[in-house]
Design a protein around this ligand. Structure first.
Ligand code: AHR
Length: 554
C-alpha cells in the first residue's frame, strides 16, 4: 500500500502511522524512500501545478458518416491590398527574386503544398472599383487604390497574371465582379473575354494578349459587401442587381457547360445584426421564387474575429488574456452560421444554395510603422489555433457551408505567407492549412466528447475541440485542438467498428501563445511528428498545451 499524501501549507506530509519518522528503523527504509520520492513528486506538482494532464474521451461513430467536407472551405482570398498582390505574389519578370513570368517561385512552391481549391480575386472592396480593362494588354492603365492606403495601382497584375498564378499553384479562379461602380455589361464582357471559345472580338483580344484557350472561372462573386463598401445598397436594391448579373454575366467555356459549371455567389450577411438577418431573408426569399432566368448557387458571408471595431488587439507581444478573448470570440462563427443557415433552411430546405464564408480570419491592429491601409499583421500560434477552430466549425456545418476563403493569402490580415523583398516565411496558419489537406473532400464523421473548459480571468471556453473524417485515401483522419495554454490533454478516442492498427500524425505548438515565425527564425511554430497509439479499437495520444494535432488511423 502506497503512502497517502496530503498538502498542508505547502508541506508534504506522509499520513501513515509508522512513516515519516526519519529516525525509524532500517526496516522502514524502503517506505522512507517511497515517501521521499512521492514528496519530491508532490513538490514538483506544487511548483508546476499546470503540468497535470487533463483527460478527454472521444467517441467516433464511423457508422454514421455525414456530409462531404467540401475542399472549397480551404479557399484563399487575394485582394489588391497592401503587399498582398504586389511583392507577395507579383514581383515582375525583371525582378532579381526568382520568378516565373513575374510570379514568385518561392510563394508558388509553398502554396502548391496547400492544394488551394480556389482563390477569390481581385477583392474585397477593391473589386467594386476594379475595371478589368485596366489590367489587360501591353499598356496598363495606372489608377489609385482609394480603399487601401490610396496608393498607386499599376494594374500590372491583371486577368492574365491572375490566371497564370492560379495555374501555377494548381488552383481555381473565384472572380468577384464589380457591382458597386461597374455595369452588368462590363462584367458580362469580362466573362466573355475570359471564357469565350468562339472567335468573338473579345475572344480574339484575349488570344492576342497571349491566351487563345478559354480560361475556366469556377466561381463568380456578384458584388462584395454591397451593404457597405460595395455600394451601401438596400437588400431589395441588391436583389434587383443580382438578378441582372446572374442572368447576363455568362460563362462561355464549353468545358464548363455541363460539368464543373461556374457557381454564382450572391452577397450575403456580415454579422447577426437585424439588417443582416433582413439581408439573408431578402436574398433567400427572392431565390425561393426565382424563375428560369436567374439563379444562385451560393450566399456569401463575411465574419472576422476582431472582438471590437476598430481592430485593436495586437498580433504579437500579447498575453494569455488576449489569447483567450480572441479564441472565445472566434467561436461565435458557429452561432452566426446557425443563425443564417436557419434562414436559408426556410427558403431552401434542400440546401441547394451553399453558405460561403468568403472572408474570415483574425483582424488585428496594424503593425507599428506599417501603412494602416495595408492591414499588415503578424501571425502567431494563437492564429493557428483560431484557424483550426474555424475549420472545424465549417466541417461540422458541411451540409450547408461548402466554401470559405480565409483573409488573406499573403502579407494581409491572417496570412499564410509573409514576404519582405526576397525573404519569405510560412506562418503558423499556413501549417494548419497544410495539416488539414487530408480533410479536403473527406466525409465528415461525428465525434462525441465532453471538451472540458479552460478559464482565463473572466473568459471561459471549451478546452478541447475535435473533428473526424473519412479521407479520400480511405483512412480515418482526426483533428484535436488543445486550447489550454498550460495543461496537456490525454486523449482517448473510442473507435467502435474499427480495427485500428496504426496511427501517425503531426502536432503544431510553440513555447508561447504569441510565438511567431520570423524571417530569421522561421521554425519556431512548425508541425512535429506526434506519437499516437492505435490498438483494440482505441486511439490514444497526449496533446501538448496550446496545440493543433492531426492524426490518421489505419
Ligand atoms: O479583407 C479586407 C476587407 O474586409 C475586404 O476588402 C472587405 O470585403 C472587408 O470589409
Amino acid at each position: 500500500m502506497a503512502p497517502t499524501l496530503v498538502y498542508e501549507s505547502g508541506t508534504v506530509i506522509c499520513r501513515r502511522q509508522r512513516m515519516c519518522n526519519l529516525a525509524s528503523s532500517l526496516t522502514h527504509l524502503r517506505e522512507v524512500a517511497n515517501c521521499l520520492a512521492l514528496a519530491i513528486l508532490a513538490s514538483v506538482l506544487l511548483a508546476a501545478p499546470f503540468a497535470v494532464a487533463q483527460k478527454v474521451e472521444l467517441s467516433v461513430d464511423v457508422s454514421q458518416p455525414g456530409a462531404k467536407i467540401d475542399r472549397s472551405i480551404f479557399g484563399q482570398f487575394a485582394e489588391h491590398l497592401g503587399h498582398g498582390i504586389y511583392e507577395g505574389i507579383w514581383v515582375g519578370p525583371g525582378s532579381s527574386i526568382p520568378n516565373t513570368r513575374g510570379i514568385r517561385n518561392d510563394v508558388v512552391a509553398a502554396l502548391k503544398q496547400l492544394k488551394v481549391p480556389n482563390v477569390r480575386w481581385p477583392g474585397g472592396c477593391f473589386a467594386d472599383e476594379y475595371h478589368w480593362r485596366n489590367g489587360i494588354g501591353p499598356q496598363r492603365v495606372v489608377t489609385l487604390n482609394p480603399n487601401w492606403g490610396g496608393v498607386i495601382e499599376p494594374n500590372t497584375f491583371g486577368t492574365h497574371e491572375f490566371m497564370d498564378f492560379i495555374d501555377q499553384i494548381g488552383s481555381q479562379a473565384y472572380i468577384s465582379v464589380n457591382v458597386g461602380s461597374g455595369t452588368v455589361r462590363e462584367a458580362a464582357d469580362w466573362l466573355e473575354y475570359m471564357t469565350a471559345a468562339q472567335p468573338t472580338t473579345l475572344e480574339n483580344e484575349r488570344a492576342a494578349n497571349g491566351h487563345p484557350d478559354p480560361y475556366r472561372v469556377a466561381k463568380l462573386g456578384i458584388g462584395n459587401e454591397s451593404w457597405d463598401c460595395g455600394g451601401n445598397m438596400s437588400a431589395d436594391y441588391y436583389v434587383d442587381q443580382l438578378k441582372r448579373y446572374s442572368r447576363f454575366v455568362r460563362n462561355y467555356n464549353p468545358a464548363q457547360e455541363h460539368e464543373q459549371q461556374m457557381t454564382k455567389v450572391a452577397v450575403g450577411p456580415g454579422g447577426d445584426e437585424p439588417r443582416f438577418i433582413d439581408w439573408t431573408e431578402t436574398v433567400m426569399k427572392a431565390y425561393q421564387h426565382h424563375g428560369w432566368s436567374w439563379d444562385i448557387d451560393g450566399l456569401s458571408m463575411h465574419s472576422y474575429t476582431v472582438v471590437k471595431w476598430p481592430p485593436s488587439f495586437k498580433s504579437m507581444g500579447f498575453g494569455e488574456a488576449e489569447y483567450a478573448q480572441i479564441l472565445k470570440s472566434t467561436l461565435d462563427m458557429d452561432k452566426l452560421i446557425k443563425t443564417h443557415s436557419a434562414i436559408m433552411d426556410k427558403y431552401d430546405p434542400q440546401k441547394r444554395v451553399a453558405l460561403i464564408i468568403d472572408e474570415w480570419g483574425a483582424w488585428y491592429a496594424p503593425l507599428p510603422d506599417s501603412n494602416p491601409g495595408f492591414l499588415a499583421q503578424q501571425n502567431s500560434l494563437r492564429d493557428a489555433i483560431l484557424a483550426a477552430l474555424n475549420l472545424n466549425i465549417f466541417a461540422r456545418h458541411a451540409d450547408r457551408v461548402r466554401g470559405a476563403n480565409i483573409a488573406q493569402m499573403i502579407n494581409v490580415l491572417q496570412a499564410m505567407i509573409l514576404t519582405d523583398k526576397e525573404k519569405m516565411v510560412l506562418t503558423p496558419t499556413y501549417y494548419v492549412f497544410r495539416m488539414y489537406v487530408p480533410f479536403q473532400d473527406a466525409t465528415f464523421v461525428p465525434v462525441a466528447f465532453d471538451p472540458g473548459s479552460y478559464t482565463q480571468g473572466d473568459t471561459t471556453l471549451p478546452r478541447a475541440d475535435a473533428i473526424a473524417a473519412k479521407g479520400k485515401d480511405g483512412k480515418l483522419w482526426v483533428e484535436v485542438t488543445n486550447v489550454d495554454p498550460t495543461k496537456s490533454v490525454e486523449v482517448e478516442f473510442n473507435l467502435p467498428g474499427l480495427s485500428a492498427k496504426s496511427a501517425a500524425g503531426e502536432t503544431l505548438t510553440a513555447p508561447k501563445v504569441d510565438s511567431i515565425n520570423t524571417f530569421d527564425s522561421p521554425n519556431t511554430v512548425i508541425p512535429m511528428p506526434i506519437a499516437a497509439k492505435a490498438q483494440g479499437g482505441k486511439l490514444t495520444l497526449t496533446l501538448e498545451p496550446k496545440s493543433v494535432t492531426v492524426v490518421s488511423v489505419e
